[in-house]
Design a protein around this ligand. Structure first.
Ligand code: PHE
Length: 489
């Protein structure tokens, strides 16, 4: 596309965005809120521990600083340059790419549909331990409460996004992110006093360098980094469209990455001392949060306080990530349809809710499952595994190769060659190894439960085809918004 056409498109897009973060700190807290979530707290350190401890940190840190940071800068810079949501951004490069934008929105919304179910569980456990009833996973999922809490998590997420960028998303992050870090630090200080602390540090950081020759480990580490940082999903692009011109995006990206890794390591230094002190096995994912840790809390003196702090921080972390996932679709809908923020949020939240009902019902008395795999696990295994890298590839290829924007190149500086030549092939290889069954699960949130890889692959193909068809159909049917300044912060 010609430079002059770009300018025109950019002007048009610039008209769309009147929302801004109130300050650089507000922006950082919101992006860290998007990144730090369930993935950091119940996944990273467990994967680290079971994959060679300190050795796993080598591919992880390499992936974080060589791939995720440049990708973060790219997304934030594209958002800021075009001042648009993910769909309009793709559309501004070429109208045929609009379908890719909707594909990204579809993938992110499907992830949100089950992320909200998990957020609901965390909320349920928080209330139960707060009230002193110390529920267990089996008891909890034997009733309908998980479905009720899914509704609560969905309504809460919708209500925050409906309030807008400043009064909703930023205000939430300003309250919850400092709380999350304060609780993590407080719990880590408590964990140092436990007899299992030394063993936990050994478990987390003892290097086993032999694992470095395993290609599956590298691919897993790369996947974990992208998942944990919420990068490549249009979230950072959307949040970047609310950033001021003078914010240093490279510095911000480094800070976001360091905060995300710190949250994960701190969580490990809380969780594993507890696990070892109470003679339990280090487990992963939902098993860890809802079965292993509650067993320890139940036999601790101050168990109730520790449990409330743990589920509280987990809930806050999950909620701010849910909000970021919903904002991607809401920003796209407000910009590409005639809906205002309130209505767009209502429509999208409703859609995400409907998509999440089967996942919610798969851990209820109905036990909804396909070939023995609960629907929630299946969505995680399919969409969670493939939608994430596919979205990241689309963003990296379209905004670097198809649209080589000057401001984006400036923001990337010396990182530019990494984005252009390293990220797309690495992402393709990582996704390919997963599809070929070589790689370990990496992009997903869960790790336990029954797995059916070919079923997941089939579901993925169907979901991607359906979303692409929908995106293609929508590409020329939606108008640009009528006037500027409609969205409010
Ligand atoms: N990064 C979030 C977490 O660690 C989850 C997430 C993944 C959110 C992908 C958006 C996109 O839990």
């Amino acid at each position: 596309m010609l430079a002059s056409e770009y300018k025109w498109q950019s002007c048009l897009l610039a008209d769309m965005a009147s929302d801004r973060w109130s300050s650089g700190l507000g922006f950082l807290l919101a992006t860290v809120g998007a990144a730090v979530g369930l993935g950091n707290i119940w996944r990273f350190s467990a994967v680290l521990g079971s994959n060679g401890g300190g050795a796993y940190l080598v591919p992880y840190l390499l992936a974080a600083f060589c791939l995720a940071v440049p990708m973060l800068v790219l997304e934030l810079a594209v958002g800021r340059t075009l001042r648009s949501d993910v769909v309009s951004a793709f559309r501004s490069v070429d109208t045929t790419y609009t379908a890719f934008g909707w594909l990204v929105v579809g993938g992110v919304s499907l992830i949100l549909s089950y992320y909200l179910v998990l957020t609901g569980w965390v909320f349920g456990f928080l209330l139960s331990w707060l009230g002193g009833s110390r529920t267990t996973f089996a008891t909890f999922t034997a009733g309908w409460l998980p479905v009720g809490y899914f509704v609560v998590a969905t309504v809460l997420t919708g209500a925050i996004v409906a309030r807008g960028v400043r009064s909703g998303i930023e205000r939430l992050s300003t309250v919850v992110m400092p709380t999350v870090f304060a609780l993590l630090v407080a719990l880590a200080v408590y964990a140092v006093t436990l007899p299992g602390w030394g063993r936990a540090v050994g478990f987390l950081f003892t290097p086993d360098l032999t694992v470095l020759v395993d290609p599956g480990l590298w691919s897993a580490a790369f996947g974990q980094v992208f998942f944990s940082l919420s990068v490549g999903q249009g979230i950072m692009l959307t949040y970047g469209s609310y950033v001021d011109e003078d914010t240093d995006l490279l510095r911000s990206s480094l800070l976001i990455t360091v905060a995300d890794i710190s949250a994960a390591l701190l969580a490990g230094l809380v969780i594993f001392p507890i696990v070892f002190t109470f003679g339990l096995q280090p487990t992963l994912g939902t098993e860890l949060a809802f079965t292993t840790l509650p067993t320890a809390f139940a036999s601790m003196g101050a168990g109730r306080v520790v449990a409330v702090a743990f589920f509280g921080l987990l809930f806050f972390a999950a909620l701010s990530s849910s909000v970021s996932l919903l904002e991607v679709g809401v920003a796209a809908a407000t910009n590409t349809t005639r809906l205002d923020r309130g209505r767009a949020t209502l429509v999208l939240t409703g859609g995400v809710f409907l998509a999440g009902v089967p996942s919610a019902l798969s851990y209820s008395p109905l036990d909804l499952a396909v070939a023995g795999t609960p629907i929630l696990d299946l969505v995680d295994e399919s969409v969670g595994t493939y939608a994430l890298p596919v979205s990241a590839i689309l963003i990296a290829v379209v905004f670097v190769w198809a649209a080589d924007l000057e401001q984006v190149r400036d923001a990337l500086g010396r990182l530019y060659p990494l984005v252009r030549y390293a990220i797309p092939p690495v992402l393709v290889v990582v996704t390919g190894t997963k599809a070929a069954g070589i790689a370990r699960p990496a992009w997903r949130l869960l790790l336990d439960g029954a797995r059916d890889e070919s079923l997941a692959l089939a579901v993925t193909v169907v979901a991607l085809a359906a979303l692409s068809a929908m995106g293609w159909w929508l590409r020329s049917r939606l108008p640009y918004p009528r006037r500027q300044g409609r969205r409010r912060g």
